[in-house]
Write a protein that binds this ligand. Structure first.
Ligand code: ADP
Ligand code: MG
Length: 697
């Protein structure tokens, strides 16, 4: 059997393959495009396409596709075969530079939020040479951006690449001011930790809610949940281990650096983390990872649930976005350095992030807003919907010392004169203990923990990159004009700490008192739901910033807002319809047939001997009948409320009706159903219970 290092990346047209299969001049030219974003020569494109096709065909591929990430949040592909007729009646395999660089999928059914009139159905896809092509099944997949003919981005990759460019530009300006003229580019990197649940295919198939919505809409608490804390980091069951083994194998073939795997807090919950890489590649890889997780699960008779909250009462699933910025020379700009000069630079980048997160709290919240994630944020298991930053006590003390111009009282007393003194060494461990913060500094990177497990990481990183680019721009504008660099730098850092320290919180983010303090004393934003936050995408300050850095045009932002709200509405409406259906056609009939059998039992007992007690049956029949009436009434109420959504004037109004009414009615319908489950004999219950699902693998 081949070893991992032998097959790692075997399905990727990576640097090794390029070097081996391209002429020296073509390779050099392509490399320049990949590393420095230089424009690609058409003749080079032809040579690359030809080599790619030969390599792909040799690895069993028959088709190619422009692989892209439309605003649905998943990936899309349309396959074309390489075949081209030859005069002798046979075929030859062909693939041109033109086909590599540009594709024209009929994309009229992808959401565009009004950006592309339906008559103008054709958007186009454009090759992203910075993310390697790969083979999936029998298809060569070419990572691409997806745009309308008017040039509007219809996908998540385009704005992500633009945000990386904005960050690159501003960070380089800062580095130049610190005398660094070696760095050619600055890139953000991400390592996303992905949580998921596994349930058996058999049980999944028996639950319409899981099949239609990805989460359970009914289900009483099982006798055992996660209270024993015995699953986290526990021994991995053989069936799950076999799944993870095959998953790793598939991911490694695609050059995805799957590194860590373990059980998570909830029963049936697991996590996979890759080694971090450049943000756009990490994004492509995370999309692929989610897809392959689901595909491999099927082969093991399992289903991988990526929903943020598949089960009420046990932890949901998130995705931790570990983010840092580094130069092409390998200098991590969020790593405290060895010399006073490096430290001043580190502190400036740190301040840029603090300012960015504070100024654009709303954009970070918006970036993770979905109907699914609304169930998690603030539910005492995930960070709250309030954005704050954790720095750890030591770094916090350093910032306080700078702000107040007093000696830092760390291990050794140090006057914190920027650019003069060396930062005290802080212990990495003390920066990594807080697990409740939405945005935590973990020694040399920030961990943004609000993402939902099914989110594309593109949105979070677009906002993060752009907001930090904006802070850096403000700093660079000022420093480039400064008469005295050091004095201006010191003043700027001090001012940032003063102005933005209210976003720094090192305590327990799950504590209710924090939400009170955050909103009432500190004035931080608390957008609890998607309809609460999404319209703020179009607030002037946000539009100004994102358009100034050319990350989005105003039209693109309008379309995103519309699509995200539409998506929220559709998601909840499907859930509500599924509940109505399950209550009417499964739950009520099940309870009724149990009631009928109980009644028959009681009647039979009485017929046998009138003195036999039937009080158990009588009480239960009464109780269940009350519940059935309540279920029926709530079902009708929910169904009516769904109809009234048609009166909504626009998608914003509809999303508010859903937030204020539909979601409440859904909880009210669930209550009597779950109660009925606990007192109905198991053989009558129409679908697997939480106990079956959570402990079934
Ligand atoms: P944990 O959060 O469990 O303590 P680590 O901090 O080691 O684990 O890593 C979590 C994730 O962060 C991994 O995907 C890892 O590759 C990534 N990571 C580590 N260093 C960096 C960095 N400098 N920039 C971005 N991501 C990083
Ligand atoms: Mg982590």
């Amino acid at each position: 059997m081949a070893t991992v290092s032998e097959y790692f990346g075997s399905m990727v047209f990576d640097d090794r393959v390029m070097k081996a299969n391209l002429s020296a001049s073509v390779y050099a030219s392509l490399k320049k495009t990949i590393d420095e974003g230089a424009k690609l020569d058409p003749s080079v494109a032809n040579a690359v396409a030809d080599a790619m096709k030969d390599w792909a065909v040799a690895h069993g591929a028959t088709h190619y596709t422009h692989w892209f990430q439309p605003l649905t949040g998943i990936t899309a592909e349309k396959h074309d075969s390489f075949i081209s007729p030859s005069p002798d009646g046979g075929v030859i395999m062909e693939f041109s530079g033109k086909e590599l660089i540009k594709g024209e999928p009929d994309a009229s059914s992808f959401p565009s939020g009004g950006l592309r009139a339906t008559f103008e159905a054709r958007g186009y896809t454009a090759w992203d040479p910075t993310s390697y092509a790969f083979i999936k099944g029998k298809t060569l997949c070419i990572p691409t951006a997806f745009c309308s003919y008017a040039g509007h981005a219809l996908d998540k990759k385009t704005p992500l690449l633009r945000s990386m460019e904005a960050l690159n530009k501003q960070a380089l300006r800062i580095l130049r001011l610190f005398g660094n003229d070696k760095a050619k580019c600055v890139r953000s990197s991400v390592g996303p930790e992905q949580e998921y649940f596994l349930v058996t295919k058999e049980m999944y198939d028996a639950r319409p809610d899981l099949r239609f919505t990805g989460r359970t809409l009914f289900g009483a608490k099982p006798p055992k949940g996660q209270e024993m804390d015995d699953h986290y980091f526990g021994v991995i069951k053989p069936r799950v281990a076999a799944y993870m083994e095959e998953l790793n194998h598939e991911l490694w073939k695609l050059g995805i650096l799957a590194k860590t795997e373990h059980n998570e807090v909830a029963p049936a919950q697991h996590e996979l983390a890759p080694i971090y890489t450049t943000t756009n590649i990490a994004t492509d890889h995370n999309q692929l990872t989610m897809e392959i997780m689901q595909k491999v699960a099927q082969k093991h008779g399992l289903v991988c649930l990526l929903h943020e909250k598949p089960f009420a009462g046990v932890n949901g699933s998130g995705k931790h976005n570990n983010w840092s910025i580094a130069t092409d020379q390998g200098q991590n700009l969020l790593s405290p350095g060895e010399t006073p000069y490096e430290n001043a630079q580190f502190l400036l980048f740190l301040c840029a992030v603090i300012k960015a997160v504070d100024d654009y709290q709303d954009l970070l919240r918006i970036a993770v807003a979905t109907a699914g994630n609304d169930h998690r944020l603030g539910a005492n298991e995930a960070p709250p919907a309030v954005v704050s930053i954790f720095l750890g006590d030591e770094l916090n003390a350093v910032l306080e010392a700078i702000e107040t111009d007093t000696p830092y009282k760390g291990a050794e007393k140090t006057q914190m004169k920027l650019g003069v003194d060396v930062l005290p060494k802080f212990n990495r461990d003390t920066t990594d203990r807080n697990r409740t913060s939405p945005f935590a500094f973990t020694g040399n990177k920030f961990e943004f923990r609000m993402l939902g497990s099914s989110n594309s990481i593109a949105c979070a990183n677009i906002m993060l990159n752009s907001a930090v680019a904006e802070s850096l721009k403000i700093y660079a504008d000022r420093l480039e004009q400064a008469d005295d660099f050091k004095t201006t730098l010191n003043a700027m850092i001090r001012k940032t700490i003063k102005d933005h320290k209210h976003i720094i919180f090192n305590g327990n983010g799950y504590d209710d008192s924090w939400i009170k303090e955050a909103t009432e004393q500190r004035g931080l934003l608390n957008y609890r739901t998607t309809p609460d936050c999404m319209p703020h995408l179009l607030d002037k300050k946000n539009v100004d910033m994102l358009t100034a850095h050319k990350v989005y045009s105003e039209e693109e932002l309008r379309s995103r807002c519309e699509i995200m709200l539409e998506n929220y509405c559709k998601t909840v409406v499907i859930e509500a319809n599924t509940m109505v259906d399950m209550a009417r056609t499964q739950i009520v009939p099940a309870v009724e047939s149990y009631v009928y059998d109980l009644t028959k039992t009681a009647t039979a007992k009485k017929a046998l001997d009138a003195s036999i007690s039937c009080s158990y049956e009588t009480a239960l029949v009464k109780k269940l009948s009350v519940l059935v009436d309540r279920i029926a009434a709530k079902t009708e109420e929910l169904d009516d409320a769904l109809l009234s959504l048609h009166d909504a004037e626009n998608v914003t109004a509809e999303s508010e009706m859903i937030r204020d009414r539909i979601l409440c009615l859904m909880s009210e319908l669930r209550l009597p159903c779950d109660e009925a489950e606990t007192i109905t004999a198991k053989k009558y219950w129409p679908f697997p219970t939480y106990g079956d699902l959570l402990f079934g693998v």
